[in-house]
Design a protein around this ligand. Structure first.
Ligand SMILES: Cc1ncc(COP(=O)(O)O)c(C=O)c1O
Length: 461
């Protein structure tokens, strides 16, 4: 029976990324509080937050220092903005800090509230820059199939997942998608990772040549694709892709919204996979999700073009009411201080081998086609036939079933881009908690297998 809160929810809320129809039957899981890596539902049941919320609560729950940073800033100055030359300490200090730790030279920082807004801003800045540089035709942006860059009209267009485009009339014109760097799915028989990377770089080059290099402005990529199924790039990938971008003067944007701040073992994911972009989007772990805040790191040449445009037009006509919100900025500053003081990134690198060994072991499970990951992120891809890599039909809902079993086992996770069950826990997870989390996932997989066998969803062995 649905609780009173659940019934009220169904009558009042539109839930993002939810099958709105089946939800009316199942109702919500109402969470009430959190501590460490655990969240508790309204009946007091604990769950491991296996996806750090939405890949974001890096420092877990109940961090009093972050609470105090927010409260102190709220008491002092709960709001002021950055429009028209106004400013405040937390935004200035946070911008300085980001410049200091940035993976590439950064001239200025522009604040937003979400990853989607950051990537939207990236597109606008590239267009603005190329107008400023007197090349108004150079405007197309290349993203990748299965990329995830957000849900606003422009960032959803960058996203390369069918569910984000279907019947929203997206993508918009001028946004293109090149091949997805998933060797397991798209590598040819016997093709090495290096050869696969070379083929993908060639695909990118052919796309640029077909469109006309004078019309292609930028390329955007997550160092490791998250919501597309946790896809770690094949060997040599970014090196080869960057060479193509350089050849045709294509501006490179790293979407570090998931990878940024330690997730894959270094502060920035690009430094792990060899991606040196021109500009960077960050969000999520920037504030450990205690406040909504995101940022775009702007390089000097882009800033110079923005200056010239601003001189011409009379203003830089972009900005959100809450760009650099003082409470969010204060919390982000404290978050970065904690990462450094607690050596969070170094600890991720130490815990990663244990985490990845668990994933590797799940690779032998009869339901798992590929178990993959890096640092403290990974996924198992569930398949109907391990030999042929045949996926389940979407309507069988195998991933959703596994997620439901995991929830019963006390583990929250999500099935992304099909039947990929992802794990991306708070970075503070302990070695014992890692073991426990994987034991729960294993039980959920076993129960899903039993169910799939009963439903005759698997190919005969
Ligand atoms: C890599 C990446 N970019 C952008 C976004 C969009 O961020 P937001 O949901 O804050 O708009 C996400 C969200 O999951 C993401 O994973």
């Amino acid at each position: 029976m649905l609780s009173n809160l659940a019934t009220r929810d169904i009558e009042t809320l539109v839930h993002p990324y939810t099958n709105l129809d089946t939800f009316r039957e199942t109702g919500p899981l109402v969470l009430e509080r959190g501590q460490g890596i655990y969240v508790y539902d309204s009946a007091g049941r604990p769950y491991i937050e296996g996806l750090a919320g939405l890949w974001c609560t890096a420092l877990g729950y109940g961090n009093e220092e972050l609470v105090e940073a927010a409260a102190a800033q709220m008491r002092k100055l709960p709001f002021t903005h950055l429009f028209g030359g106004k400013s405040h300490d937390p935004a200035i200090e946070l911008a300085e800090k980001l410049k200091e730790i940035a993976p590439v030279p950064v001239s200025k920082v522009f604040f937003c509230n979400s990853g989607s807004e950051a990537n939207d801003t990236q597109i606008k800045l590239v267009w603005y820059m190329n107008n400023g540089l007197g090349r108004p035709k150079k405007k197309k942006i290349i993203s990748r199939q299965k990329a995830y860059h957000g849900v606003t009209i422009a960032s959803a267009s960058l996203t390369g997942l069918p569910g984000n485009h279907a019947d929203f009339d997206l993508p918009i014109a001028g946004i293109l998608h090149t091949s997805c760097p998933h060797h397991y799915r798209f590598g040819q028989d016997g093709e090495s990772e290096e050869a696969f990377s070379a083929r993908l770089a060639d695909d990118l080059e052919q796309l640029i040549l077909r469109e006309g290099p004078e019309t292609v402005a930028a390329f955007i990529a997550e160092p490791v694709m998250g919501a597309g199924g946790v896809i770690v790039p094949p060997r040599g990938y970014f090196e080869k892709i960057m060479a193509v971008c350089d050849k045709y003067d294509v501006f490179m944007i790293a979407d570090e919204v998931i990878c940024g701040f330690g997730r894959i073992g270094k502060t920035f994911g690009g430094d792990v996979v060899g991606f040196k972009p021109h500009s960077v989007s960050v969000a999520k772990a920037l504030s450990s999700a205690y406040q909504p805040i995101a940022a775009v790191m702007v390089p000097e040449n882009m800033y110079q073009a923005m200056l010239a445009e601003s001189r011409k037009i009379g203003t830089f006509g972009h900005g959100y009411t809450y760009s650099g919100h003082p409470v969010a900025a204060a919390v982000a500053l404290k978050t970065l201080e904690i990462y450094a003081r607690e050596k969070i990134v170094e600890k991720v690198a130490m815990k990663a081998p244990q985490f990845q060994a668990h994933f590797k072991a799940l690779g032998d499970h009869p339901l798992v086609g590929e178990a993959r990951g890096i640092g403290l992120i990974g996924a198992v891809e569930l398949v109907a036939d391990r030999k042929t890599k045949r996926s389940f039909e979407a309507k069988a809902g195998v991933g959703a079933r596994c997620v439901a079993f995991a929830q019963e086992e006390g583990l929250l996770t999500r099935a992304v881009a099909g039947d990929n069950i992802a794990l991306c826990p708070p970075l503070i997870i302990s070695p014992e908690e890692i073991d426990d989390m994987f034991a729960k996932l294993k039980r959920a997989l076993d129960r899903t297998l039993d169910w799939a066998v009963k439903e005759k969803l698997l190919s005969a062995a």
